[in-house]
Design a protein around this ligand. Structure first.
Ligand SMILES: NC(=O)c1ccc[n+]([C@@H]2O[C@H](COP(=O)([O-])OP(=O)(O)OC[C@H]3O[C@@H](n4cnc5c(N)ncnc54)[C@H](O)[C@@H]3O)[C@@H](O)[C@H]2O)c1
Length: 257
């Protein structure tokens, strides 16, 4: 059992399936009380029933009060996990403003809104934990989807900012940055996902393992694919070379379409 999590009151957004459901199951197995949120009420209910948790259906941005009430008035851990992948429109097509707006709203602003609502309580108590399911795309990029790449960089930047601003006041932040994970989102990622994500895809439970190792070791950056650390270093230290390499992947993808 992970001491920091036993008896904790936990909310996981987008937990009706995929990574969120795996996180919800793992928190419950570690003795936490869990609110399972999803836009899809039936999926949230099914996971909540399975783990003895509480389902709160609705948009991740608007459920803080209801989730807090369901947990008896306090939240110890918020997992900002709900996310969307949209491509934003090909050149020559109209720009899909709605894809960009949804990506900002779910992938970034839902995190900002939750943190804003929870921080007063956490700072007063001197404890709280914010878990952000970002993506390796938040450190690197994702071929074929500018809205996902840009907003996941935003989610990472926000998690980083939260961590450095509040760590001395008892707030712990974890940014989970996996590459491919076998979920509905990966299945929907098309030929780009087939090329760059599926060959090294892992299971949602592997992501939960990595998060719990990170909680035990009190680490901010959680890399379920450890090789991402090397790609991140390469991007930072030699951006020209990194861009050239990624453009080769882009051209490889174009040749398969
Ligand atoms: N699957 C991957 O390869 C992968 C890799 C890196 C990061 N991620 C990230 O992991 C997170 C979870 O993705 P997943 O792969 O488990 O996807 P998934 O599609 O299996 O699950 C996402 C869940 O979020 C729910 N959801 C969507 N918008 C919501 C909203 N506004 N409010 C509440 N719930 C909402 C969906 O109904 C769905 O049940 C996302 O943030 C995603 O970007 C996924």
């Amino acid at each position: 059992m992970v001491q920091a999590v036993q008896g904790a009151k936990v909310v996981v957004t987008g937990a009706g399936g995929g990574i969120g459901a795996a996180l919800a199951r793992r928190f419950a197995a570690q003795g936490a009380r869990v609110v399972v949120n999803d836009l899809d009420a039936a999926r949230a209910k099914a996971v909540a029933e399975e783990i003895g948790g509480h389902a709160v259906a609705g948009d991740a941005s608007s459920i803080v009060d209801e989730a807090r009430d369901a947990l008896g008035g306090t939240v110890d851990v918020w997992c900002a996990n709900a996310g969307v992948g949209r491509d934003g429109g090909e050149p020559g097509e109209p720009l899909r403003e709605e894809d960009w707006a949804l990506s900002w709203d779910v992938n970034v602003m839902a995190h900002v809104r939750a943190a804003h609502a929870l921080l007063p309580e956490w700072l007063e108590r001197g404890s709280g934990r914010f878990v952000s399911t970002v993506s390796a795309a938040g450190l690197l990029t994702m071929i074929g989807t500018a809205p996902y790449s840009v907003t996941k960089h935003g989610a990472y930047a926000f998690a980083e900012w939260l961590s450095l601003t509040y760590r001395h006041r008892g707030v712990r932040v974890h940014a989970i940055c996996p590459q491919g994970v076998r979920t509905d989102m990966l299945d929907a990622s098309g030929s780009a996902g087939d090329l760059v994500l599926k060959p090294t895809a892992i299971e949602p439970d592997d992501v939960a393992d990595a998060l719990f190792d990170g909680i035990e070791q009190d680490r901010f950056l959680i890399l379920p694919h450890p090789e991402v650390a090397e790609y991140y270093r390469a991007r930072a230290t030699d951006p020209e070379r990194w861009l050239g390499g990624m453009n080769r992947v882009q051209r490889q993808w174009e040749s398969t379409r």
